[in-house]
Design a protein around this ligand. Structure first.
Ligand code: ZN
Length: 593
C-alpha cells in the first residue's frame, strides 16, 4: 500500500509527532527528546520518549516504536491506510484517490451498518411473538423491559437462516455477513446463522457503534455464552461491554465484572458504572480505554477459583498503573448447609442492592485481597500453619515498594496471625533482602550473557547469525544518520543474514536510489508494526559518528565473512542450503568476489 511521497511529506509536516503524541500522552522535555509514561504498557516512571527531530517515538519498556502513523495505528487500533486517513482528517488535507484504503474504510462502515441493522432486527424479534422464548427467559432472570431496551437486547430465533434472509433482503451480501461474523460457512459451502435460539446482547463501543454481539442460550444447550469472533470492526481486547453506558455514570469508579449479564443486573440495581471484558482477561488496551473515564477500578469477579485467578491477573496488569484498584469479594452463599459460589447477579438477587452498596464501599485494595487470600490458606490456630503463613505473607509484603505501606500491612498481618509485629517485621525485611539479591543476580546474569539481550525480544525476529545481524543493524543506523556514507558501496540485501534487516535495508536503499529522504511514514506502510518497533529499537543503540567510515568498513567485512561462511556450511543446514542454492540460481551468489 503506497501513498505518494509528497502526500506523506505533507501529512508529516502538518501532523507534528510531538503535537499528535502530546494529545494522548503528557510529555516533558529532557535532553533532546520528550518523555512520558508509555500509553502502551502500564508504568509510573516514564520510559517512553519522542524524538521530534527524528520524527519517531520509542519505549524502552515495551519496545514499541515508530513514526506518527505507527502511533495512530497502535493507539486508535487502525490499519495503515486508516491511520493515514485519520491524520489527513486531523490536518484537514485531502487524501489522494486511493482505492485500497477507500476499500478498507468502506468495508468498516458497511460492517458497522450491517451490525446496526442486525441489532435492530434481533431487537424487533424480541418484541414480537417469535421472541416469546427469549422474553420468558428475561422474565425468569427478572430483567425488566426498560433495562433490556437500554442494552438493546434482542432475540435470535430457533432456525438456521432467519437473520441471513432478513439481511440479504436488505441488500447485504453473504460475504459481508461472513466478515461481520454473523453467519458461518458449512463444509458444503452453504451458510447458516451463527446465533440461533439465543438472547442477543449487542456490544456497543464508546462511540455508539454496534461492533459485535454477545449471546446466551435460553435452554440447557452449549455453548452457554457465544460472542462475535475477531472481525475488522471487533477486537475483544479493545472493548468493554457496557462502557458506552458506564462512561456516563456519576459514581466515582467503574466496576469490572465477569459476564455481560452481571453488567445488566448491576445497572438495573442502580450500579450504572459496571462493565465486563468479554471472553478475555483484562487487557492493557482495555485499561487504556478505562483511564479516559475513571481513576478508580473495582474488580468484582466470581468467588470461585476461575474468578480469583482472573482477579490476580487483573491486579498484575494494573500493578504499575495510575489506577487506584480495589477488590470486591462476593461472599459465598449458604444453601442447604453448603457454601456455594455466587456471582454479582446472584448476590443482588438474594441480598439486594443495599448489601452490594455496602460491599462496594468496604471493598479491599489489591494488597488486602492478596493478604486475605494467603490467610485463607492456613489454620492460624495451629503453630505450624502460623509459621508457614509468616513465611508466605512476608513474600507478599516484600513486593510493596513503599516502606510506610509495608509497615502498615506488616502490623495488620501480624495481628491476623497473633504474632508480634517485631517478629514479622524482621521476616519481611529478610524477604526484601532476598528479593533484592535475586534481582541483582538476574541483572548480573543478563550482563554476563550479552548475546541473550542482543537478540530481538520477539521470537519471529530472532537472529540466526548474531554476529552478522549486529553488523547489519549498524549499517541501518549509519544509513539513517548519513546516507552519503554508502556512496560507491555495493552491498546487496541478500547478503544480510536477517530477513527483516535485509528488507529494511532494501527499502532504505530504494529511497537512496530515488534520491528520497528516509521517511518513517513511508516505512510504516511497508513494515509490520513489530518490524517497525524493532527498527526503531535498533536506532536507539549508540553508534560512533566520528568513526563512521571505519565502522562501516568493519560492518561490511563481518557481513561478508559470515555470508561466505554460511554458503560454505550448505550441507549442514538443509533448509539454509536450499535457500542459498535458490539465491545462486537467481544470480545472487556473488558473495565471494
Ligand atoms: Zn511501553
Amino acid at each position: 500500500m503506497a501513498f505518494p511521497q509528497s502526500f506523506l511529506d505533507e501529512l508529516a509536516a502538518r501532523n507534528d509527532i510531538l503535537d499528535v503524541v502530546g494529545s494522548y500522552v503528557s510529555l516533558q522535555p529532557k535532553g533532546g527528546s520528550y518523555w512520558g509514561c508509555c500509553p502502551f504498557h502500564n508504568e509510573k516512571t516514564p520510559s517512553f520518549h519522542v524524538l521530534p527531530d527524528r520524527q519517531y517515538y520509542h519505549c524502552f519498556g515495551c519496545k514499541k516504536g515508530g513514526g506518527v502513523i505507527n502511533f495512530i495505528m497502535e493507539i486508535e487500533n487502525l490499519s495503515y491506510p486508516d491511520a493515514v486517513r485519520f491524520l489527513a482528517k486531523r490536518a484537514n488535507i485531502p487524501v489522494p484517490e486511493d482505492r485500497e484504503s477507500d476499500g478498507a474504510d468502506r468495508l468498516r462502515r458497511r460492517l458497522l451498518d450491517l451490525n446496526r441493522d442486525a441489532a435492530r432486527y434481533y431487537y424487533d424479534i424480541l418484541q414480537k411473538p417469535e421472541g416469546a422464548a427469549v422474553q420468558a427467559y428475561l422474565d425468569r432472570r427478572q430483567i425488566r423491559r426498560g433495562v433490556a431496551t437500554r442494552f438493546g437486547m434482542g432475540a435470535a430465533q430457533d432456525g438456521w437462516d432467519y437473520l441471513l434472509r432478513a439481511m440479504t433482503a436488505k441488500g447485504y451480501t453473504k460475504q459481508e455477513l461472513l466478515k461481520a461474523g454473523l453467519i458461518v460457512e458449512n463444509k458444503k459451502g452453504g451458510f447458516y446463522d451463527k446465533f440461533r435460539n439465543r438472547l442477543i446482547l449487542p456490544v456497543v463501543d464508546v462511540r455508539g457503534d454496534v461492533v459485535g454481539f454477545g449471546s446466551r442460550v435460553i435452554d440447557k444447550s452449549e455453548p452457554k455464552y457465544m460472542n462475535t469472533s475477531e472481525t475488522p470492526v471487533y477486537s475483544k481486547r479493545r472493548v468493554l461491554y457496557g462502557l458506552n453506558l458506564a462512561k456516563k455514570t456519576k459514581r466515582p469508579n467503574i466496576i469490572l465484572c465477569e459476564g455481560n449479564l452481571d453488567v445488566v443486573t448491576l445497572h438495573q440495581a442502580g450500579f450504572d458504572n459496571a462493565v465486563a471484558s468479554m471472553g478475555t482477561a483484562l487487557t492493557v488496551e482495555q485499561t487504556r480505554l478505562l483511564s479516559r473515564y475513571t481513576k478508580e477500578l473495582v474488580l468484582c469477579y466470581d468467588n470461585d477459583n476461575a474468578g480469583q485467578l482472573a482477579t490476580q491477573r487483573a491486579l498484575d496488569i494494573l500493578k504499575n498503573s495510575e489506577f487506584n484498584v480495589r477488590v470486591l469479594q462476593l461472599p459465598r452463599r449458604l444453601v442447604d448447609g453448603q457454601y456455594i459460589k455466587q456471582d454479582a447477579d446472584d448476590f443482588i438477587k438474594f441480598q439486594g442492592p443495599q448489601a452490594f452498596e455496602n460491599l462496594l464501599s468496604g471493598s479491599e485494595n489489591g494488597i488486602e485481597f492478596r493478604m486475605a487470600q494467603v490467610a485463607g490458606k492456613f489454620d492460624l490456630t495451629k503453630d505450624d500453619d502460623r509459621i508457614a503463613y509468616a513465611d508466605e505473607i512476608s513474600q507478599v509484603l516484600s513486593t510493596l515498594q513503599n516502606a510506610v505501606e509495608r509497615e502498615v500491612y506488616t502490623v495488620r498481618a501480624a495481628e491476623t496471625a497473633g504474632l508480634t509485629p517485631e517478629a514479622l517485621r524482621s521476616e519481611v525485611e529478610r524477604a526484601c533482602k532476598r528479593r533484592r539479591y535475586k534481582e541483582k543476580k538476574a541483572q548480573i546474569r543478563r550482563e554476563l550473557n550479552p548475546s541473550a539481550t542482543l537478540q530481538p525480544e520477539r521470537r519471529e525476529l530472532r537472529y540466526a547469525n548474531l554476529r552478522s545481524a549486529l553488523a547489519e543493524e549498524g549499517i541501518l543506523r549509519l544509513m539513517m544518520r548519513d546516507d552519503d556514507l554508502l556512496d560507491g558501496i555495493s552491498l546487496q540485501p541478500e547478503e544480510f543474514s536477517s530477513p527483516v534487516l535485509g528488507k529494511i535495508y532494501a527499502l532504505l536503499s530504494a529511497d537512496r536510489a530515488a534520491g528520497r529522504r528516509h521517511s518513517m511514514d513511508a516505512l510504516a506502510g511497508e513494515l509490520s508494526p513489530e518490524e517497525m518497533s524493532h527498527f526503531v529499537d535498533i536506532l536507539q543503540k549508540p553508534e560512533s559518528v566520528s568513526g563512521a567510515k571505519q565502522a562501516l568498513e568493519d560492518y561490511m567485512r563481518i557481513i561478508r565473512e559470515e555470508s561466505s561462511r554460511r554458503s560454505g556450511e550448505e550441507n549442514i543446514d538443509p533448509l539454509l542450503a536450499a535457500k542459498d542454492k535458490f539465491k545462486f540460481k537467481k544470480g545472487y551468489g556473488g558473495k565471494n568476489p
